[in-house]
Design a protein around this ligand. Sequence first.
Ligand SMILES: Cc1cc2nc3c(=O)[nH]c(=O)nc-3n(C[C@H](O)[C@H](O)[C@H](O)COP(=O)(O)OP(=O)(O)OC[C@H]3O[C@@H](n4cnc5c(N)ncnc54)[C@H](O)[C@@H]3O)c2cc1C
Length: 365
Amino acid sequence: MSTAIVVGGGIGGMAAAVALRARDWSVRVYERAPEIAEVGSGIGLWPNALRALDALGVGSAVRGSAIEEQSAGIRDARGRWLSRTDAATMRERFGAPVVIHRAALLDILRAAVPDSVVHTGATVESVDHDGTVTHSAGTTTADLVVGADGIHSVVRRAVCGEVAPRYAGYTVWRAVVEIAEPLAEYGETWGRGARFGMVPLTDGRIYCFAVYNAPEHAPGTLAEVRARFADWHAPIPTLLAAADANTLLHNDIYDLPALPTYTAGRIALLGDAAHAMTPNLGQGACQALEDAVVLARLANAPDGLTRYDHERRPRTQMIAHRSAQIGTIGQLSARSLVALRDTALRLAPSSAPIRSLAPILDWTC
Ligand SMILES: Cc1cc2nc3c(=O)[nH]c(=O)nc-3n(C[C@H](O)[C@H](O)[C@H](O)COP(=O)(O)OP(=O)(O)OC[C@H]3O[C@@H](n4cnc5c(N)ncnc54)[C@H](O)[C@@H]3O)c2cc1C
């Protein structure tokens, strides 16, 4: 039986463990945290990711814990629609996108492998091309090492040396909130140098995110975020009023430059370790799930890792590039450019969002 070590027990690493085990690999996951856990926020899963989850055998469990995205689109800060996504056509052509709590998604993946697979509190220090992994509990060798250790990956150093993540120029605050009134409409709102998003969760709560241009590492407080969006359309100020400073998440947004390869020797990178992208398309985890399925399909084949690199690198780098472009447009702040952007969005045909997403959403295993 072939052996694999997966470095990192996030969404990408756990998906890789499930996928490889289904192809009869003996798998160990090394996760540095004391437990397999995700941050407290929602995550959008597009139809391409749901197809990957189906291939992993957990698609129904995920759909059962998720809620279908019913309405989406972009409004301006006064609440006027700039663009609406045709949810019915989307569902018909690709299947419905869903939103799930991150913890629920990771729990489902974690439950799909036996406890003995997961080694928490195990920090990987270095990896060699021959499959030797040096970690906090010693050294282990495997036929395949999967670098699923996120944007600051240690495994990536063995594949392409030091690669520094790039700051995108904007920062994001995330909250899961509860308000008295159910919302009739969800989606994003684009203003000048700032955006706000609201997405339903299964339990009636709402996952919100507030994004704005800021210098890297700029501190901030919930009071400042509330002030920044105070004159935006309802229910944005109400949602921010309901946010709890103790559970709010604040992250500067980074991506990785395009790597020259995702593989070296017995090592393959996946997820954010390979292609951390800005969240503007909501595809980072979706691509990690696709990576896991494709890697497991190819890993045992002759030249399997080279084929994995050829199949995954162009697609994920195209998506990362498009995601960054959307961020640039979404974060425009000059009044004249914002007016032009908003007009272009308003005049675009209603089929435009789905047409532009098609090459991403039509992925099959
Ligand atoms: C604001 C925001 C919103 C987003 N929204 C979406 C969305 O709606 N849809 C979507 O698809 N994606 C979204 N993403 C992207 C998504 O969160 C990531 O792409 C995804 O979580 C990456 O998963 P991963 O497993 O590759 O990496 P990670 O989640 O970073 O997991 C890496 C794991 O490796 C462990 N680790 C790190 N180093 C070591 C080491 N040396 N030894 C052992 N373990 C180690 C870490 O502890 C961690 O558990 C969003 C991202 C952000 C920032």
